[in-house]
Design a protein around this ligand. Structure first.
Ligand SMILES: [Zn+2]
Length: 161
């Protein structure tokens, strides 16, 4: 970490992770994301520590990994499912997070082209742990409602009046 970036807040570090260009990987010869192979000499790998996460940035791609404090196995399942679905939907959320982390965002110039507002995405990533935990509350309330309605119907089918 450079002496200057030590004083950056998380938002500033995530903004820096977005600072990627269409650098052609000399190892792979194509526009391969260097942050995935992490083998070539010219990728300029940098690491930035977040309050609850880690950024790995190279010239053409970045990984932003966050830890979400999850104690409930149901929430853990929800997170895995939403990450896989968001991967299919956006390509920006990785279907499998980096080892040791709860969620990993993948940044390349091509993926950023699909994004309407980079600043909104920076805030989204920064707030994601909080957003996710809020969403688990609505998932649980939907499940509770399903339980009540289904139990009533099944009790009726059982002939219990
Ligand atoms: Zn490379």
């Amino acid at each position: 970490m450079s002496s200057q970036s030590e004083f950056w807040d998380d938002e500033r570090k995530i903004r820096e992770a977005f600072n990627v260009s269409n650098f052609i990987c000399p190892m792979k010869g194509i526009n391969y994301p260097c942050v995935v192979c992490k083998e070539c000499q010219k990728m300029e790998l940098k690491q930035y520590f977040l309050e609850n996460g880690l950024i790995e940035k190279t010239k053409n791609s970045s990984l932003i990994s966050l830890i979400i404090e999850i104690k409930d196995p149901f929430d853990d399942m929800l997170l895995k499912r939403i990450c896989k679905t968001l991967f299919k939907e956006t390509g920006i959320v990785m279907s499998e997070p980096e080892p040791g982390f709860s969620v990993t965002f993948f940044i390349t110039p091509a993926l950023l082209e699909k994004v309407e507002s980079k600043e909104d995405l920076i805030k989204f990533i920064k707030d994601f742990p909080h957003t996710f935990l809020t969403e688990t509350i609505s998932a649980k309330s939907a499940l509770n409602k399903w339980e009540r309605v289904t139990a009533k119907r099944l009790a009726w089918n059982m002939g219990v009046r």
